[in-house]
Structures are given as structure tokens and as C-alpha cells.
Design a protein around this ligand. Structure first.
Ligand code: B12
Ligand SMILES: *[C@@H]1O[C@H](CO)[C@@H](O)[C@H](O)[C@H]1NC(C)=O
Ligand SMILES: *[C@@H]1O[C@H](CO)[C@@H](O)[C@H](O)[C@H]1NC(C)=O
Ligand SMILES: *[C@@H]1O[C@H](CO)[C@@H](O)[C@H](O)[C@H]1NC(C)=O
Ligand SMILES: *[C@@H]1O[C@H](CO)[C@@H](O)[C@H](O)[C@H]1NC(C)=O
Length: 418
């Protein structure tokens, strides 16, 4: 579809965007109604400390954590330094466009020059194209991060890349997940705000139209509880500058989830923290790097460890592949006994110990361990296949290292497509 011809909608789009976006667009302010109440501040500093303390010399160097701590104001200056140096030393050749983009934003947020990483990412994005005409929505997450990072470094050079990107978006926009739409919104907002004065109006129409669709779609995913999508997409979704929604309700819902201990994974904290301190990824180029925060924050009491329970539970575990290799199809079930309170990962290990068919492999990622292969059937990015985990028929909302099964639960690992 040729969007540049849609002149009639152009005026409406501009009108709408002027309502939705701050015109200058350099820094985003959060409405005062949407800030964390003083009485709840310790919840926020509590998870920030948890996130910062996850940074060790042996841990996966996670750029999202550096971005979050710099936007919020780092407490742990050692962790900040360690992460900055590790990310500076990372080799761009081994990284996906999304990883590269996050590292560029992370180094920028630490006031470091990302150097050749920017030109490498730009080259990669010049050659980028969706894997197929009906490209999978999830495959836009990394490229959206890339447009955002490049826009912040050199918006003029990014313009042709972003135009091509925006033109590929509309066909599948209704199927996007909230996480992807949130990042896409940030990327296109950055581009929209940096269209050079006097350039063709068509850019505004193009970016404006896609933005309008995506922001409207995010609007339809605001739940009764105030969450946008699920709890782990809400942090990213809150960064979109649509001021129409009841931000206070969303904030209260998130603070409640934090109280319940749902934000222990450092990556989940890294994605929610900017919104809790009234910042977005659009603020990355404006971070001031003078040292602040010498004081250690007060910690809330909810972080006390869960007591370990002595009794064992039984978990039924099925591995199912109906997708790959006619002679390789399998659907096998095993009962395993594990200590009550164990993570699902322990169930997988116990199953593997009892029966070699349940052999599995993992990959380390920013979210933790991902199950990449079971019984020699491996996920494949080009074929959009992966191991999905379900409880009964419901997909799990966290990974195997975080999920705690209950007695007689039926967990399935199903090889499927996204
Ligand atoms: C794309 C995506 C996927 C793709 C990744 C492959 C691909 N080719 O892109 C697929 C479909 C495989 C996937 C699978 C799952 N995902 Co996913 N995924 C995402 C998404 C939208 C973007 C990730 C990304 O590209 N990041 C950018 C790159 C640059 O960063 P990265 O760290 O290198 O990215 C890698 C990791 O994110 C990893 N990954 C993706 N999802 C998950 C989930 C877990 C638990 C782990 C450990 C790793 C992991 O795959 C990425 C590519 O290698 C995020 C959204 C978000 N808010 O982060 C959700 C998200 C991370 N996924 C989530 C979940 C729950 C899952 C599943 C557990 C779902 C399930 N029921 O099976 C499975 C993993 C199961 C397993 N085998 O271990 C949740 C995690 C919540 C949490 N607190 O743990 C998120 C936040 C979505 C959400 N809002 O709920 N996912
Ligand atoms: C796989 O096994 C489970 C549990 O035994 C069963 O409910 C399911 O119908 C089977 N699925 C297929 C595709 O054979
Ligand atoms: C209890 O679970 C552990 C693994 O967590 C296992 O090693 C042990 O054998 C189980 N005990 C019984 C009685 O099944
Ligand atoms: C397992 O522990 C939970 C609390 O964490 C408890 O509610 C449940 O009854 C326990 N189950 C068994 C079988 O001991
Ligand atoms: C498991 O994956 C297969 C292949 O993609 C799919 O047809 C089936 O519906 C999935 N089962 C569940 C329970 O999601």
C-alpha cells in the first residue's frame, strides 16, 4: 500500500499527534498524577538495588540494566563502571541488531562514545529486510531498537532506513505484541521529532500514520486492571507518550505487582524502572553523567528470602514435537518428584536425569536461561520455531528458571512457531 498518497488523512494525523506528543520532543515529562507516591518510593529503590546487585564480573553483561540505572541515577557506581567497560569491550561482529542497539544506547547513557558500533549497526540496517512479506511481528522488536538507537546518534543518516522500515510495518501491525509496539513507538517518535525542517511533508505523513496505528493499538490493550498487555510489557508500553490513558491506575497496578515480588528478574526491573522514575529511552542522549546518589537507599522488607519447604511435589512433564521431521515426532510424558518451591528448571533437570529423551540445552540471554533445544530438536530463528512452555493449556508468563510449579501441575514443552 502506498501511504505517501494518503493526503486526506495527513491533516488529521498531524492534529492527533500534536495532541499526543510534546512538540519539542527532546525530553519527556511524566504527569505528576503518574509519579510514584513518596510512601512507595522504597519499593522502587528496592528493585533498583536488586537489579544493580545482579551486575557481577561473571554475569551476562546486560545493556538494558546499564540504561535503566543511568536513567534512574545509579546507586552502585562499581556496577555501573563494570558494565560500561564490559559493554565497551563487546565485539559487534557477534551481536544481533537489537543487542547492538541496546549496547549503543547503554554506552551513550554512560556518556561514552559508542564508536564504530554505530556505523556497523547502520550498515546492518541498510541491508535489513523483513524475513518474509508477512514477516513475523516479533522479528520487528530488534530492528525497532536499532532505529531508535540510530535516530539518537544521527537522525539524518537514519531517515532512509527508517522510511523503509515504516513502510514494511503496516501490513502486519494488528498482530504485533505490545512489547514490540512499545519499542516501535519510541523509534518512530524519535524519527518524527527529528524530521529536518523544510524536508518533504511525506515523512511526517508516513511516520505519523504508522505511529497513529500503533498507539491506537496499544490503547486497545489497556486492561481493566490498568496493565497494558501483561505485567512485563507494561513498563515498555508506559514509555509511549500517549497521555490519554489513566496513568495513575497503571502505576498503582505495577506497584502492587512489585509488592507481590513479581519483579525479581533483573531484566524485568530494567524494563520497568525508567517508567517508574518518569523517564523513557528517548531520554538516553540527555543523561547527565556527574556522579550523584552517594547515599544507599532504604530497602523494603518484602525482599526477605522465601523459606524452603521440606516436602516434595509431583509434576507431570510432557515434551511434544509435532512440527519437525516426520521420523522425529514425539510426545512423551514423565512424572518427576522435586522439592516444593523448586523452579521448573529443576523439573527439567530431574526428567533429564531419569530419562535421556528429556535431554535439553539452554542459552544465556538478558532474561536468563532460555530452553533452546529438547531431545535434539533446536529452536530456529529463520524458521520461527521455539520451545513454548505451558501449564495445562496456558503459556507460562515467565521462563523456566523463574517459574515455580505446584503439586500435580501438568507442564508441557511444545515445539511450535511464533
Ligand atoms: C521476541 C521474543 C521471544 C522470541 C525470541 C526469539 C526471537 N527470534 O526473537 C520467542 C518467541 C522464541 C520467545 C519465547 C519465549 N518468551 Co519471549 N519475548 C520476546 C520479546 C518480544 C522480544 C525479545 C527481544 O528480541 N529482545 C531484544 C534482544 C536484543 O535482546 P535479547 O536479550 O538478546 O533477546 C533475547 C531474549 O529476550 C530471549 N528471550 C525471549 N523471550 C524470552 C523469555 C525468557 C523467559 C528468557 C529466559 C529469554 C527470552 O530471546 C531473545 C532473542 O535471542 C520479549 C519482550 C520484552 N519485553 O523483552 C518477550 C519476553 C522476554 N518473552 C517472554 C516469555 C514469557 C517467553 C516464553 C517463556 C513464553 C512461553 N510460555 O514459552 C518463551 C521462552 C521459553 C523457552 N524456550 O525458554 C516474557 C518474559 C517475562 C519474564 N518475566 O520472564 C517477555 C518479556 C514477553 C512479555 N511481555 O511477557 N520470546
Ligand atoms: C500428547 O500427549 C498428551 C498427554 O499424554 C495428550 O493429551 C495429547 O493429546 C498428545 N498430543 C498429540 C498431538 O499426540
Ligand atoms: C525430592 O526431590 C528431589 C529433587 O528436588 C529428589 O532428588 C528426591 O529424590 C525427591 N524425593 C522423593 C522421595 O521423591
Ligand atoms: C507447597 O508450598 C506451598 C507454599 O509455598 C503450600 O501452599 C503447598 O501446600 C505446598 N504443597 C505441598 C504438597 O506440600
Ligand atoms: C503445539 O504445537 C503444535 C505445532 O505448532 C500446534 O499445532 C499445537 O496447537 C500446539 N499445542 C498447544 C497445546 O499449544
Amino acid at each position: 500500500m502506498d501511504r505517501t498518497g494518503e493526503r486526506e488523512t495527513a491533516w488529521f494525523t498531524l492534529y492527533l499527534l500534536n495532541l499526543l506528543w510534546a512538540t519539542a520532543g527532546t525530553s519527556t515529562q511524566t504527569q505528576s498524577s503518574c509519579s510514584v507516591p513518596p510512601a512507595q518510593q522504597s519499593l522502587v529503590s528496592g528493585i533498583q538495588v536488586l537489579m544493580e546487585n545482579s551486575v557481577t564480573s561473571s554475569a551476562y553483561p546486560n545493556p538494558s540494566i546499564l540504561i535503566a540505572m543511568n536513567l534512574a541515577g545509579a546507586y552502585n557506581l562499581e556496577a555501573q563502571k563494570l558494565l560500561t567497560y564490559k559493554l565497551m569491550a563487546s565485539d559487534a561482529a557477534d551481536l544481533s541488531v537489537g543487542e547492538l542497539a541496546l549496547i549503543i544506547m547503554a554506552l551513550t547513557s554512560s556518556c561514552r562514545d559508542p564508536g564504530t558500533k554505530v556505523s556497523i549497526l547502520q550498515k546492518q540496517m541498510e541491508n535489513w529486510e523483513p524475513s518474509s512479506p508477512s514477516a513475523e511481528a516479533l522479528s520487528f522488536y530488534g530492528p525497532s531498537l536499532a532505529i531508535l538507537a540510530l535516530c539518537q546518534q544521527n537522525s539524518e543518516a537514519t531517515l532512509p532506513i527508517a522510511v523503509r522500515f515504516a513502510k514494511t510495518v503496516p501490513a502486519s501491525s494488528s498482530t504485533f505484541d505490545i512489547d514490540t509496539e512499545a519499542v516501535m513507538t519510541l523509534a518512530l517518535t524519535c524519527m518524527y521529532n527529528k524530521i529536518p525542517v523544510g524536508s518533504e511533508e511525506d515523512y511526517r505523513t508516513l511516520f505519523g500514520q504508522v505511529l497513529k496505528e500503533v498507539v491506537e493499538n496499544i490503547g486497545t490493550r489497556i486492561r481493566e486492571s490498568g496493565l497494558i498487555g501483561n505485567i512485563y510489557s507494561t513498563g515498555l508500553a508506559m514509555q509511549q507518550p500517549n497521555k490519554e490513558w489513566d496513568c495513575k491506575k497503571t502505576m498503582d497496578a505495577i506497584l502492587d505487582e512489585i509488592k507481590q515480588g513479581k519483579f525479581r528478574n533483573p531484566m524485568s526491573i530494567a524494563q520497568i524502572l525508567p517508567s517508574l522514575v518518569g523517564k523513557t529511552y528517548l531520554d538516553v542522549p540527555q543523561v547527565s553523567c556527574s556522579p550523584d546518589h552517594e547515599v544507599q537507599p532504604t530497602l523494603p522488607s518484602y525482599l526477605s528470602p522465601v523459606p524452603t519447604l521440606a516436602s516434595n511435589i509431583t509434576v507431570t512433564y510432557t515434551i511434544n514435537n509435532q512440527l519437525r521431521g516426520v521420523e522425529l515426532l514425539f510426545n512423551v510424558t514423565i512424572d518427576v518428584s522435586v522439592k516444593n518451591g523448586s523452579a521448573l528448571l529443576v523439573v527439567l533437570e530431574e526428567a533429564q536425569r531419569k530419562n535421556p529423551m528429556f535431554k535439553f540445552e539452554t542459552t544465556m540471554t538478558s532474561w536468563g536461561l532460555m530452553i533452546s533445544s529438547i531431545n535434539n530438536i533446536a529452536e530456529n530463528n529463520n524458521q520461527n520455531t521455539y520451545w513454548q512452555f505451558l501449564s495445562g493449556k496456558t503459556p507460562l508468563s515467565v521462563g523456566v528458571a523463574a517459574y515455580i510449579p505446584f503439586n500435580h501441575e501438568h507442564i508441557t514443552a511444545n515445539f511450535t512457531r511464533y
